[in-house]
Structures are given as structure tokens and as C-alpha cells.
Design a binder for this molecule. Structure first.
Ligand SMILES: [Mg+2]
Length: 268
């Protein structure tokens, strides 16, 4: 397949009810398809139109879900269309081939992390020492690769995030704030490196991408063409690159628009 579509999932193609950002009268709201159930409750959605577009995309491109989610969090998502041959989880730390992690790829990632940035233990220790229980809800480690906090956004001081980002930067780590989560991710752990590996293996000559957060910036930079929604960290900071289109749509309708753009470009 000569066209590769590497897309972020959360708040790019799929949306929790808190992230839908529907603004039309209820009677004119699009019909939604639930694509993720967690602890027996519906969690993530796309519009039915987006679901159809994603199915159509499978005929003209290799769709590669490209997410910061752990493998376990990814595997409970039930996307329409055929199961993807490649999927990228843990922000590039795991490359799934027909649903199974590629051990060689994972070993290469671990090698880079050991060489190029501070160890996870040091970052965890810093988070534990500086996060305030007033706003901290949970502290988690994902796949033994990176850490994230679940926070109360109302109470989270903006300065704390800025200070953390500066501290992390000096140690080769990146901080990203997405909804109720603060991520601390090693800089060498990137979606783009994993996408390049998939492009190499598939012989793709065109890579399309989409994403909404700081952790998607390298993915978009590495693509031939990319799109970002009107919401999210990248929109909030006005982030752009020459081959990237900033879409006006926000919320679940941005997901639909992104799939429309993927399909048009792949068919070109
Ligand atoms: Mg996202």
C-alpha cells in the first residue's frame, strides 16, 4: 500500500463524552458510534459518518493507529474497518504487527532511552516529590516507559506544569497536558520514529498524519501532509508547519473532517 495514514486517536479520531464539543441543538446532533467500552461503560465515540469514512479509508491506504495509550488501553478500542496490520502504542514504544508487539523494535527503543535521556525512576521520584495531593488524583507508569498523572484541572497550578516542563527538558523528557492528564515522556520516545519504521517496512511513498497534542508535533513534522483539529495543545499554542493544515472544527466533528481529508488526499 503506497499511502500510509498515521493518526493519533484520542481527541483526534475518537472522543470521550467530555471532549465531544457539540454545539448544535440536540435535535441536530450527529449520530454517534461508541468505539470503546471501559469497565462496562461507554467511553469513546466517533460520528457514524466518521466510522464510514474510516472504513472507506481502508480501501485506499494503510491506516496505522498511532497513540500514546498503552497496549492494553489501545486494545479495548474497537474501530470500524479491518484490523490494522500495524499499530503504534506507548508513543512509539510498541509497534504492533498484526496485534503483536515487535520485540526487535521495542529493544531498539529501550536502547535509545538508556543512551539519550534520564531514567524513568528519576522522573517518577520528582513527580512524587512535587505533585500536590490537593490536585493529584492518580500517578501512573505506562509500559515501564513513561509516567502520567491524572489531575484535577481546576486546581492544577499552571506554573507547576511550566516548572515541570523546564525540569524535564533538561533531562531529555517532554511534558504534555491533555485533558485531565499530565504526561512526562522521554524525548527519544516518539511516534514519528515508529511511523518511519512502518513506512520503511511497507515501502510507503506518502505519509499522512493527524494529531492534537504536543506529543503529535513530531508525527506531523515527519509526515508529507498533516492536519490538526481546532482544539487541543497544538491549536492552543498556534503550532503549525508548512505541510500542516489547521482545521477550524473542534471536538468530534474535527475527527470526521480529518478522515475526510485523509480520504481525499489518499485518493488524489
Ligand atoms: Mg490526542
Amino acid at each position: 500500500m503506497p499511502v500510509l495514514v498515521a493518526s493519533d486517536l484520542d481527541r483526534t479520531l475518537i472522543y470521550s463524552s467530555a471532549a465531544l464539543a457539540l454545539t448544535m441543538p440536540d435535535a441536530r446532533a450527529p449520530r454517534l458510534l461508541c468505539v470503546e467500552v471501559h469497565e462496562s461503560r461507554p467511553l469513546s465515540y466517533m460520528t457514524e459518518t466518521a466510522a464510514r469514512l474510516l472504513t472507506d479509508l481502508g480501501d485506499v491506504a494503510a491506516f496505522v493507529p498511532t497513540t500514546t495509550r498503552t497496549r492494553k488501553q489501545f486494545q479495548r478500542i474497537n474501530l470500524p474497518g479491518p484490523p490494522p496490520a500495524f499499530a503504534i502504542c506507548a508513543n512509539g514504544g510498541h509497534l504492533l504487527v498484526d496485534g503483536v508487539t515487535d520485540r526487535d523494535w521495542h529493544a531498539r527503543v529501550l536502547g535509545r532511552l538508556a543512551d539519550e535521556c534520564a531514567p524513568l525512576a528519576e522522573v517518577r521520584e520528582h513527580l512524587t516529590r512535587t505533585a500536590d495531593p490537593v490536585w493529584l488524583r492518580k500517578q501512573r507508569v505506562a509500559e515501564d516507559l513513561f509516567a502520567y498523572l491524572v489531575v484535577d484541572r481546576e486546581l492544577l497550578p499552571e506554573d507547576w506544569v511550566k516548572e515541570l516542563a523546564a525540569w524535564a527538558e533538561n533531562r531529555g523528557w517532554t511534558v504534555s497536558l491533555q485533558g485531565r492528564k499530565v504526561y512526562a515522556v522521554p524525548q527519544p520516545l516518539t511516534k514519528s520514529a515508529a511511523v518511519r519504521e512502518v513506512a520503511r517496512r511497507t515501502g510507503a511513498d506518502l505519509v499522512l498524519a493527524a494529531g492534537d497534542s504536543l506529543l503529535d508535533a513530531d508525527l506531523l513534522q515527519a509526515a508529507d501532509r498533516g492536519w490538526r483539529p481546532g482544539h487541543g495543545e497544538l491549536a492552543d499554542t498556534g503550532w503549525l508547519a508548512p505541510q500542516i493544515s489547521a482545521l477550524p472544527e473542534r471536538g468530534v466533528l474535527a475527527g470526521e473532517r480529518i478522515l475526510r481529508e485523509f480520504l481525499a488526499e489518499a485518493r488524489r
